[in-house]
Ligand binder design. Structure first.
Ligand code: GTP
Ligand code: MG
Ligand code: ZN
Length: 333
């Protein structure tokens, strides 16, 4: 049977669609239904794979190529893959409905921990009465140096065009709560996205549940960078929780950008920044160099991570099942 390289372009549970990949890295042709018979290959949108044809437009996974990175959510018991091999996360927030600052914080930590770029997109800026509140929640992140762009996917094409240069040549994944406008942004930037979304859902047989699928869309020609690389957008379903139980305490500390210069300055080398004496992080909070919300988020993630440690056996096993070659060495026990 014919074997070929392919890009995983849509996933819905364990159902995947893929397209063939040409030598120049572009993907083309009919959507191929991909089966994962032995459950050993758990794929994510963005994965490059070696497939073997089983029948017309159907194939099975031989192997998944090593990933540059893998973005996923997890609690102590289960994990959900979002996307792999991405250059940046676009965290989509809206003026209305109000977004959760906790989820924003977690998305930022995920980006840092997985070494993925991050861009905060504040959407629905046409709804001016809620704008000031939203800006205030985003402001600490702007101060930490994360790029923030204000847009209106539906009513301000100029704002949408202003973000295009940040998307050129990059694979960006849209993440955020339901109703923030991820799919609206996608549709504004990628004119044929609606048609392709329809095709994906027919081929995935998702019925009405299209928003539970992750899907890959090439940008139009403006999305090509100077090296000729075409950028892409991955649309993901909205979520209400962003568990990061898989991150170790050390990974967590380094994922808080404003903690970095202070690490190693607490009296105890394993300081959890709770109530230990001479804690450099708490002192920075007192001096208003770090916001109390960020320290609270760290503490919450720290305690989730400890919860995860008791479940570590199951998690590492699951990790090994997912990827033929993990992007990161397994967490030290
Ligand atoms: N006023 C206003 N409404 C918008 C804007 N962008 C999106 N919306 C509306 O917000 C609602 C949610 O938009 P979606 O794009 O479906 O949101 P989503 O983030 O993809 O949601 P999920 O797929 O459920 O995760 C829709 O009713 C949109 O019409 C905007 O710029 N301004
Ligand atoms: Mg959507
Ligand atoms: Zn400390």
């Amino acid at each position: 049977m014919e074997q070929f390289r392919a890009l995983l372009t849509a996933s819905y549970g364990r159902h995947y669609l893929a397209q063939k990949v040409a030598d120049d890295g572009s993907h083309f042709g009919e959507l191929i239904q991909v089966s994962t018979p032995a459950k050993q290959h758990v794929g994510a949108v963005g994965d490059l794979m070696l497939l073997e044809s089983t029948s017309l437009n159907q194939a099975r996974i031989i192997r998944i190529e090593e990933r540059r990175n893998l973005l996923y959510r997890s609690d102590a018991f289960k994990s959900k893959l979002i996307a792999s091999n991405v250059d940046q996360i676009l965290v989509v927030l809206a003026t209305q409905p109000a977004f959760s600052p906790d989820l924003l914080g977690r998305a930022v930590v995920a980006a840092e921990a997985h070494d993925i770029g991050l861009h905060i997109v504040l959407n629905k800026c046409d709804l001016t009465p809620s704008l000031a509140t939203a800006r205030k929640l985003v402001e600490p992140y702007a101060r930490m140096g994360y790029p923030v762009t204000e847009v209106s996917a539906k009513f301000d094409p100029v704002s949408m065009a202003s973000m295009q240069s940040a998307l050129c040549g990059k694979v960006s994944v849209l993440v955020g709560q339901s109703g923030m406008g991820k799919s609206s942004l996608l549709n504004a930037w990628v004119p044929n996205a609606a048609a392709l979304t329809q095709e994906y859902s027919v081929r995935l047989d998702t019925g009405k549940h299209t928003t539970t699928a992750c899907r890959y869309f090439d940008l139009p020609e403006w999305g090509r960078d100077t090296q000729g690389r075409l950028g892409a957008l991955i649309d993901s379903p909205g979520f209400q929780e962003f568990g990061l139980a898989h991150l170790s305490v050390s990974e967590l500390q380094h994922a808080f950008r404003e903690f970095k210069d202070l690490l190693g300055h607490c009296r105890f080398h394993n300081c959890a920044h709770q109530s230990e004496p001479d804690c450099a992080i708490r002192e920075a909070v007192d001096k208003q160099q770090i916001t109390p919300e960020r320290l609270n988020l760290f503490r919450q993630l720290h305690s989730d991570s400890k919860t995860a440690d008791t479940q570590i056996q199951g998690i590492t096993q699951a990790k090994e099942r997912w990827s033929t070659s993990p992007t990161k060495p397994s967490k030290k026990l």
